[in-house]
Design a protein. Structure first.
Lengths: 116, 109
């Protein structure tokens, strides 16, 4: 089962910051938070990930609360092309026949609609 | 980051038949992951494939229905066997937890 909960949908005005919240209250100490987005009919696109500290890259910023029970993805200047489903994911340890690895358990995501 | 080529991009198949989906990566990777995305739904992990060992299936997915091959570090296949309309989905492969293929859109009629 997914370890994250997100709002089903959000609207944002073009040029404004989009703030997408995510709750992951059962996250364990060594589990990372990942964000992906999926534009219609395409494969998911990696955005950013973090463990405890806030992270920033050319696409977005990730703010993680001190207790790590929630996080917020920030798109600083949303454009129409940012309209997509955004998935907040907790990466969990995963044992398989090939050894130890991690896997991504997708939740339902947030449909972000950027309005002109 | 790795570049994934997934084939076919889409197909329409008759019920009772099987379809094999290919996933080719431009670099060697340890783990490959296969996902299913049913219409209007999120992604569900089917199995993890490591070269040299059998695939590990998630709850609700079995090898007889979704056999997987992983002959080398750059290639994997997923077969959807004895298809029914309920198998109509997008099937995606992923590597290293970051990169996804563009998916195979399967319609079973």
């Amino acid at each position: 089962d997914a370890k994250t909960t997100q709002p089903t949908s959000m609207d944002c005005a073009e040029g404004r910051a989009a703030n997408l919240p995510c709750n992951h209250s059962t996250i364990s100490g060594n589990e990372y938070v990942y964000w992906y987005r999926q534009i219609h009919s395409q494969g998911p696109q990696y955005i950013i990930h973090g463990l405890k500290n806030n992270e920033t890259n050319e696409m977005a910023s990730l703010i993680i609360t001190e207790d790590r029970k929630s996080s917020t993805l920030i798109l600083p200047h949303a454009t129409l092309r940012d309209t997509a489903v955004y998935y907040c994911i907790v990466r969990v340890p995963h044992m398989n026949y090939g050894g130890a690895t991690n896997k991504l358990i997708f939740g339902t995501g947030t449909l972000l609609a950027v309005q002109p | 980051s790795a570049v994934i080529s997934q084939k076919p991009s889409r197909d329409i198949c008759q019920r009772g038949t099987s379809l094999t989906i290919q996933c080719q990566v431009d670099s060697q990777v340890t783990m490959m992951f296969w996902y299913r995305q049913q219409p209007g739904q999120s992604l569900t992990l089917i199995a993890t494939a490591n070269q040299g060992s059998e695939a590990t299936y998630e709850s609700g997915f079995v090898i007889d229905k979704f056999p997987i091959s992983r002959p080398n570090l750059t290639f994997s296949t997923l077969t959807v066997s004895n298809m029914s309309p309920e198998d109509s989905s997008i099937y995606l492969c992923s590597v290293n937890g970051y990169t996804f293929g563009s998916g195979t859109r399967l319609t079973v009629v």
